[in-house]
Ligand binder design. Structure first.
Ligand code: GLN
Length: 169
């Protein structure tokens, strides 16, 4: 990836062997969820999260990491103590970009939202690293981070660099 790491696609359990960090990308969480169930990836992903290796979920990936999902629920991994409301920005404003109110490490963070979820009720273990209009858009719990926006669509590599920095060598 542009942030300097080699990458592989994870399609089945054995693809998780030997990887140091994982990105759950955007897409359609209902579709991704069906695929994960079909190839039996839920339990291996839960083990990956529990192994302490860094994980980043973006948009639909954030939905899949949440404790609970609203608005056509999907089975999620419960890795971040937060409720994800799917497609929370409605159909009228499907896509937009905004500069977040962010933690000191991420000034001027540009967030591109595409049929994004909203995150609500973060638990006490959840660090909110950036907000837009008061809503958490970038959160972390232990080794797991989630953004409701698409960091891969801007030139800003800070989110992916944070993921890579968390790999313990
Ligand atoms: N609306 C999608 C979902 O709920 C997420 C969209 C995206 O990943 N850009 O799964």
């Amino acid at each position: 990836m542009r942030a300097g790491a080699a990458w592989v696609r994870v399609r089945r359990e054995k693809d998780l062997d030997g990887i140091d960090a994982l990105v759950l990308p955007g897409g359609e969480s209902t579709t991704i969820s069906k695929g994960l169930a079909r190839v039996g990836l839920y339990e291996p992903l839960e083990s990956f999260v529990q192994s302490g290796r860094p994980v980043l979920g973006t948009c639909a990936g954030a939905v899949l990491l949440a404790r609970e999902v609203e608005n056509r629920p999907v089975r999620s991994l419960g890795a971040i103590d937060v409720v994800a409301i799917r497609n929370a920005y409605g159909t009228q404003v499907d896509s937009f970009s905004a500069i977040a109110d962010a933690d000191g490490r991420y000034p001027g963070l540009e967030c591109v939202f595409i049929r994004a979820p909203r995150l609500r009720d973060p638990g006490s273990e959840v660090e909110v690293l950036a907000r837009v209009d008061g809503w958490p858009v970038f959160v972390r719990q232990a080794n797991v981070m989630a953004t409701t926006f698409h960091p891969e669509l801007t030139e800003d590599l800070r989110i992916h660099r944070t993921l890579i920095e968390q790999i313990s060598v």
